[in-house]
Design a protein around this ligand. Structure first.
Ligand SMILES: C[S@@+](CC[C@H](N)C(=O)[O-])C[C@H]1O[C@@H](n2cnc3c(N)ncnc32)[C@H](O)[C@@H]1O
Length: 315
Protein backbone atom coordinates (compact mmCIF):
# COMPACT_ATOMS: atom_id res chain seq x y z
CA UNK A 1 0.00 0.00 0.00
CA UNK A 2 1.38 3.37 -1.01
CA UNK A 3 0.88 6.00 1.72
CA UNK A 4 1.99 9.46 0.62
CA UNK A 5 0.61 11.72 3.36
CA UNK A 6 2.65 12.60 6.44
CA UNK A 7 0.21 13.06 9.33
CA UNK A 8 0.98 16.28 11.19
CA UNK A 9 1.40 16.78 14.95
CA UNK A 10 0.79 13.06 15.49
CA UNK A 11 2.31 12.70 18.96
CA UNK A 12 0.81 16.00 20.08
CA UNK A 13 -2.67 14.98 18.90
CA UNK A 14 -2.30 11.66 20.70
CA UNK A 15 -1.15 13.18 23.95
CA UNK A 16 -4.02 15.73 24.03
CA UNK A 17 -6.76 13.34 22.91
CA UNK A 18 -5.63 10.00 24.25
CA UNK A 19 -8.57 8.13 25.75
CA UNK A 20 -8.59 7.99 29.56
CA UNK A 21 -9.60 4.33 29.61
CA UNK A 22 -10.91 1.49 27.45
CA UNK A 23 -14.11 1.26 25.42
CA UNK A 24 -14.07 4.74 24.02
CA UNK A 25 -15.42 6.04 20.72
CA UNK A 26 -13.49 8.41 18.49
CA UNK A 27 -14.72 10.19 15.38
CA UNK A 28 -11.96 11.07 12.92
CA UNK A 29 -13.80 13.64 10.82
CA UNK A 30 -11.04 13.90 8.20
CA UNK A 31 -9.81 10.35 7.86
CA UNK A 32 -7.62 10.92 4.77
CA UNK A 33 -5.21 8.01 4.42
CA UNK A 34 -5.93 7.12 8.05
CA UNK A 35 -2.61 8.16 9.63
CA UNK A 36 -4.02 9.63 12.86
CA UNK A 37 -6.63 6.88 13.13
CA UNK A 38 -4.03 4.16 12.76
CA UNK A 39 -1.99 5.63 15.60
CA UNK A 40 -4.96 5.76 17.98
CA UNK A 41 -6.23 2.28 17.02
CA UNK A 42 -2.81 0.69 17.41
CA UNK A 43 -2.12 2.28 20.79
CA UNK A 44 -5.60 1.92 22.30
CA UNK A 45 -6.91 -1.64 21.96
CA UNK A 46 -10.30 -0.74 23.45
CA UNK A 47 -10.94 2.15 21.09
CA UNK A 48 -13.68 2.10 18.46
CA UNK A 49 -13.41 4.56 15.62
CA UNK A 50 -15.69 6.16 13.06
CA UNK A 51 -13.85 7.62 10.07
CA UNK A 52 -15.36 10.22 7.78
CA UNK A 53 -14.12 11.55 4.46
CA UNK A 54 -15.87 13.33 1.62
CA UNK A 55 -13.51 11.67 -0.85
CA UNK A 56 -14.24 8.01 -1.56
CA UNK A 57 -10.92 7.50 -3.37
CA UNK A 58 -8.76 8.42 -0.40
CA UNK A 59 -11.10 6.50 1.89
CA UNK A 60 -10.26 3.34 -0.09
CA UNK A 61 -6.62 3.82 0.97
CA UNK A 62 -7.64 4.23 4.62
CA UNK A 63 -9.88 1.14 4.47
CA UNK A 64 -6.91 -0.94 3.37
CA UNK A 65 -4.55 0.60 5.91
CA UNK A 66 -6.98 0.05 8.78
CA UNK A 67 -7.81 -3.57 7.85
CA UNK A 68 -5.85 -4.88 10.87
CA UNK A 69 -8.43 -3.10 13.07
CA UNK A 70 -11.52 -4.44 11.28
CA UNK A 71 -14.41 -4.75 13.70
CA UNK A 72 -13.36 -1.58 15.53
CA UNK A 73 -13.71 0.83 12.57
CA UNK A 74 -16.72 2.13 10.66
CA UNK A 75 -16.43 4.27 7.54
CA UNK A 76 -18.72 7.04 6.32
CA UNK A 77 -17.98 8.52 2.91
CA UNK A 78 -19.64 11.84 3.75
CA UNK A 79 -19.00 15.54 4.28
CA UNK A 80 -18.45 16.05 8.02
CA UNK A 81 -21.05 18.81 8.30
CA UNK A 82 -23.71 16.51 6.76
CA UNK A 83 -22.71 13.67 9.09
CA UNK A 84 -23.14 15.75 12.26
CA UNK A 85 -26.34 17.35 11.01
CA UNK A 86 -27.95 13.97 10.30
CA UNK A 87 -26.00 12.15 13.00
CA UNK A 88 -26.56 8.51 12.08
CA UNK A 89 -25.24 6.94 15.33
CA UNK A 90 -28.29 7.65 17.50
CA UNK A 91 -27.50 7.58 21.22
CA UNK A 92 -23.93 6.51 20.65
CA UNK A 93 -21.88 9.63 21.36
CA UNK A 94 -18.12 10.08 20.85
CA UNK A 95 -15.54 10.72 23.59
CA UNK A 96 -13.06 12.13 21.08
CA UNK A 97 -13.49 14.14 17.91
CA UNK A 98 -10.62 15.05 15.60
CA UNK A 99 -10.53 17.39 12.61
CA UNK A 100 -7.36 17.64 10.50
CA UNK A 101 -8.59 20.18 7.98
CA UNK A 102 -7.81 20.73 4.32
CA UNK A 103 -6.54 18.17 1.87
CA UNK A 104 -3.90 15.49 1.84
CA UNK A 105 -0.66 14.95 -0.08
CA UNK A 106 -2.68 12.22 -1.82
CA UNK A 107 -4.80 14.94 -3.40
CA UNK A 108 -1.84 16.91 -4.67
CA UNK A 109 0.14 13.93 -5.91
CA UNK A 110 -2.23 11.11 -6.77
CA UNK A 111 -5.78 12.28 -7.27
CA UNK A 112 -5.32 13.67 -10.78
CA UNK A 113 -7.92 16.33 -9.92
CA UNK A 114 -5.85 19.45 -10.34
CA UNK A 115 -5.10 20.51 -6.76
CA UNK A 116 -1.47 21.30 -7.53
CA UNK A 117 -0.05 24.00 -9.80
CA UNK A 118 3.06 21.80 -10.12
CA UNK A 119 1.21 19.22 -12.22
CA UNK A 120 -0.64 19.65 -15.48
CA UNK A 121 -4.06 18.13 -14.80
CA UNK A 122 -7.73 18.89 -15.46
CA UNK A 123 -8.83 21.86 -13.35
CA UNK A 124 -11.33 20.10 -11.12
CA UNK A 125 -10.50 20.28 -7.35
CA UNK A 126 -13.70 18.58 -6.18
CA UNK A 127 -13.20 16.29 -3.18
CA UNK A 128 -16.54 14.72 -4.02
CA UNK A 129 -17.30 14.27 -7.72
CA UNK A 130 -20.99 14.89 -7.03
CA UNK A 131 -20.37 18.57 -6.31
CA UNK A 132 -21.84 20.60 -9.14
CA UNK A 133 -19.16 23.22 -9.62
CA UNK A 134 -15.52 22.51 -10.42
CA UNK A 135 -12.58 24.92 -10.42
CA UNK A 136 -12.81 25.07 -14.24
CA UNK A 137 -16.47 26.16 -13.97
CA UNK A 138 -15.46 28.99 -11.64
CA UNK A 139 -12.63 30.36 -13.76
CA UNK A 140 -14.58 30.02 -17.01
CA UNK A 141 -18.03 31.11 -15.95
CA UNK A 142 -17.94 33.41 -12.91
CA UNK A 143 -17.91 37.18 -13.44
CA UNK A 144 -14.51 38.83 -13.04
CA UNK A 145 -15.46 40.59 -9.78
CA UNK A 146 -16.60 37.33 -8.21
CA UNK A 147 -13.36 35.58 -9.16
CA UNK A 148 -11.36 38.47 -7.74
CA UNK A 149 -13.37 38.44 -4.51
CA UNK A 150 -12.97 34.76 -3.92
CA UNK A 151 -9.23 34.82 -4.64
CA UNK A 152 -8.94 37.71 -2.19
CA UNK A 153 -11.19 36.26 0.48
CA UNK A 154 -10.11 32.60 0.43
CA UNK A 155 -6.51 33.10 -0.73
CA UNK A 156 -5.75 36.42 0.98
CA UNK A 157 -4.08 37.21 -2.35
CA UNK A 158 -3.13 40.86 -2.76
CA UNK A 159 -3.04 40.59 -6.57
CA UNK A 160 -6.55 39.08 -6.77
CA UNK A 161 -7.93 41.78 -9.12
CA UNK A 162 -4.98 41.57 -11.45
CA UNK A 163 -5.25 37.75 -11.62
CA UNK A 164 -9.02 37.80 -12.15
CA UNK A 165 -8.59 40.27 -15.00
CA UNK A 166 -5.95 38.05 -16.63
CA UNK A 167 -8.19 34.97 -16.28
CA UNK A 168 -11.16 36.71 -17.88
CA UNK A 169 -8.98 38.11 -20.65
CA UNK A 170 -7.55 34.66 -21.42
CA UNK A 171 -10.86 32.81 -21.43
CA UNK A 172 -12.05 35.02 -24.31
CA UNK A 173 -9.82 32.89 -26.52
CA UNK A 174 -11.02 29.51 -25.21
CA UNK A 175 -11.87 27.65 -22.01
CA UNK A 176 -9.19 27.29 -19.33
CA UNK A 177 -9.23 23.56 -18.68
CA UNK A 178 -5.95 22.68 -16.99
CA UNK A 179 -3.86 23.61 -13.97
CA UNK A 180 -0.95 24.27 -16.30
CA UNK A 181 -2.93 26.92 -18.20
CA UNK A 182 -4.15 28.59 -15.01
CA UNK A 183 -0.79 28.62 -13.34
CA UNK A 184 0.78 30.16 -16.46
CA UNK A 185 -1.88 32.87 -16.65
CA UNK A 186 -1.25 33.78 -13.00
CA UNK A 187 2.54 33.68 -13.35
CA UNK A 188 2.42 35.94 -16.41
CA UNK A 189 0.11 38.39 -14.64
CA UNK A 190 2.39 38.58 -11.57
CA UNK A 191 4.85 41.41 -11.00
CA UNK A 192 8.45 40.09 -11.47
CA UNK A 193 9.35 40.13 -7.76
CA UNK A 194 6.19 38.15 -6.96
CA UNK A 195 6.82 35.70 -9.81
CA UNK A 196 10.22 34.87 -8.33
CA UNK A 197 9.19 35.22 -4.70
CA UNK A 198 9.27 32.83 -1.74
CA UNK A 199 6.15 30.94 -2.83
CA UNK A 200 4.84 30.13 -6.30
CA UNK A 201 2.63 33.03 -7.46
CA UNK A 202 -0.33 30.67 -7.99
CA UNK A 203 -0.21 29.19 -4.45
CA UNK A 204 -2.85 31.45 -2.92
CA UNK A 205 -5.15 31.43 -5.95
CA UNK A 206 -5.13 27.63 -6.05
CA UNK A 207 -5.91 27.50 -2.32
CA UNK A 208 -8.76 29.96 -2.86
CA UNK A 209 -10.29 27.94 -5.68
CA UNK A 210 -10.10 24.72 -3.69
CA UNK A 211 -11.76 26.35 -0.68
CA UNK A 212 -14.49 27.80 -2.91
CA UNK A 213 -15.15 24.58 -4.85
CA UNK A 214 -15.49 22.49 -1.69
CA UNK A 215 -17.21 25.15 0.45
CA UNK A 216 -14.55 24.48 3.08
CA UNK A 217 -15.12 27.48 5.36
CA UNK A 218 -18.91 27.24 5.31
CA UNK A 219 -18.67 23.54 6.18
CA UNK A 220 -16.31 24.33 9.05
CA UNK A 221 -18.62 27.06 10.34
CA UNK A 222 -21.58 24.74 10.32
CA UNK A 223 -19.90 21.65 11.80
CA UNK A 224 -18.19 22.98 14.93
CA UNK A 225 -21.31 23.58 17.02
CA UNK A 226 -23.06 20.40 15.86
CA UNK A 227 -20.01 18.25 16.60
CA UNK A 228 -19.62 19.81 20.05
CA UNK A 229 -23.29 19.12 20.81
CA UNK A 230 -22.79 15.43 19.99
CA UNK A 231 -19.51 15.09 21.96
CA UNK A 232 -19.98 13.42 25.35
CA UNK A 233 -19.47 15.60 28.43
CA UNK A 234 -15.89 15.03 29.59
CA UNK A 235 -14.89 14.31 25.98
CA UNK A 236 -12.31 16.21 23.95
CA UNK A 237 -12.38 17.80 20.54
CA UNK A 238 -9.21 18.73 18.63
CA UNK A 239 -8.90 20.73 15.44
CA UNK A 240 -5.79 21.05 13.27
CA UNK A 241 -5.88 24.04 10.94
CA UNK A 242 -3.51 25.09 8.15
CA UNK A 243 -4.25 28.75 7.56
CA UNK A 244 -5.49 31.77 9.44
CA UNK A 245 -8.97 31.70 7.86
CA UNK A 246 -9.59 28.32 9.50
CA UNK A 247 -7.72 28.98 12.71
CA UNK A 248 -9.55 32.24 13.40
CA UNK A 249 -12.91 30.48 13.15
CA UNK A 250 -11.89 27.66 15.46
CA UNK A 251 -10.34 30.03 18.00
CA UNK A 252 -13.42 32.27 18.15
CA UNK A 253 -15.81 29.35 18.37
CA UNK A 254 -13.87 27.73 21.23
CA UNK A 255 -13.61 31.08 23.04
CA UNK A 256 -17.35 31.70 22.70
CA UNK A 257 -18.08 28.24 24.14
CA UNK A 258 -15.70 28.95 27.03
CA UNK A 259 -17.66 32.03 28.15
CA UNK A 260 -20.44 31.81 30.71
CA UNK A 261 -22.18 34.90 29.32
CA UNK A 262 -22.52 35.83 25.66
CA UNK A 263 -24.52 39.09 26.10
CA UNK A 264 -23.03 42.09 24.25
CA UNK A 265 -20.61 43.98 26.54
CA UNK A 266 -22.78 47.15 26.48
CA UNK A 267 -25.77 45.27 27.94
CA UNK A 268 -25.97 46.01 31.71
CA UNK A 269 -27.85 42.88 32.82
CA UNK A 270 -27.23 39.36 31.57
CA UNK A 271 -30.25 37.63 30.07
CA UNK A 272 -28.57 35.09 27.81
CA UNK A 273 -28.53 32.30 30.39
CA UNK A 274 -25.25 31.33 28.77
CA UNK A 275 -23.32 28.39 30.16
CA UNK A 276 -19.66 27.53 29.87
CA UNK A 277 -19.64 24.54 27.56
CA UNK A 278 -15.91 23.89 27.21
CA UNK A 279 -12.61 24.27 28.97
CA UNK A 280 -9.83 25.32 26.63
CA UNK A 281 -7.02 22.79 27.01
CA UNK A 282 -4.51 24.44 24.66
CA UNK A 283 -4.24 28.05 25.86
CA UNK A 284 -2.03 28.69 22.85
CA UNK A 285 -2.26 26.58 19.70
CA UNK A 286 0.15 23.66 19.57
CA UNK A 287 2.57 23.98 16.66
CA UNK A 288 5.05 21.48 15.17
CA UNK A 289 8.62 21.18 16.41
CA UNK A 290 11.54 22.31 14.26
CA UNK A 291 12.29 18.63 13.78
CA UNK A 292 8.82 17.91 12.36
CA UNK A 293 9.04 20.92 10.04
CA UNK A 294 12.39 19.65 8.76
CA UNK A 295 10.86 16.25 8.02
CA UNK A 296 7.66 17.63 6.52
CA UNK A 297 7.75 21.26 5.39
CA UNK A 298 3.96 21.66 4.87
CA UNK A 299 3.44 20.98 8.59
CA UNK A 300 4.94 24.42 9.36
CA UNK A 301 1.56 26.13 9.07
CA UNK A 302 -0.36 23.60 11.20
CA UNK A 303 -1.96 24.54 14.53
CA UNK A 304 -3.77 22.28 16.96
CA UNK A 305 -6.45 23.56 19.35
CA UNK A 306 -8.16 21.29 21.86
CA UNK A 307 -11.14 21.73 24.17
CA UNK A 308 -12.75 19.55 26.80
CA UNK A 309 -16.53 19.54 27.02
CA UNK A 310 -17.59 20.37 30.57
CA UNK A 311 -21.34 20.87 30.20
CA UNK A 312 -24.09 19.19 28.23
CA UNK A 313 -26.35 22.27 28.48
CA UNK A 314 -28.01 23.32 25.25
CA UNK A 315 -26.39 26.15 23.33
C1 LIG B 1 -5.33 16.67 5.96
S1 LIG B 1 -6.23 15.33 5.35
C2 LIG B 1 -6.35 14.23 6.72
C3 LIG B 1 -5.15 13.38 6.91
C4 LIG B 1 -5.31 12.32 7.99
N1 LIG B 1 -5.51 12.91 9.29
C5 LIG B 1 -4.12 11.39 8.02
O1 LIG B 1 -3.39 11.38 9.02
O2 LIG B 1 -3.91 10.63 7.06
C6 LIG B 1 -7.88 15.94 5.30
C7 LIG B 1 -8.89 14.97 4.74
O3 LIG B 1 -10.17 15.48 5.04
C8 LIG B 1 -11.02 15.36 3.94
N2 LIG B 1 -11.98 16.47 4.05
C9 LIG B 1 -11.75 17.78 3.92
N3 LIG B 1 -12.88 18.49 4.18
C10 LIG B 1 -13.83 17.59 4.50
C11 LIG B 1 -15.20 17.70 4.89
N4 LIG B 1 -15.81 18.89 4.98
N5 LIG B 1 -15.88 16.57 5.16
C12 LIG B 1 -15.27 15.35 5.07
N6 LIG B 1 -13.98 15.18 4.70
C13 LIG B 1 -13.27 16.29 4.43
C14 LIG B 1 -10.13 15.42 2.72
O4 LIG B 1 -10.69 14.69 1.65
C15 LIG B 1 -8.84 14.80 3.25
O5 LIG B 1 -8.78 13.43 2.92
Amino acid sequence: MDIVHYSVLKEEVFSYLKPADEDRLMIDCTLGEGGHSELFLSRCPGLNLVGLDADGNIMAVARKRLEPFAGRVRFYNQWFNTFFKQYPLGDERPDLILFDLGISVFHYEKSGRGFSFLRDEPLDMRLDSELEISAADIVNEYPEAEIADLIYEFGEERYSRRFARAIVEQRKSGRIETTGQLSEIISKASPPDYRHGRIHPATRSFQALRIAVNGELARLDSVLANALRILKPGGRMGVITFHSLEDRRVKHFFRSMNKACICPPEQPICNCEGRRIVEIITKKPVIPTEEEIKLNAPSRSSKLRVVKKISDEEF
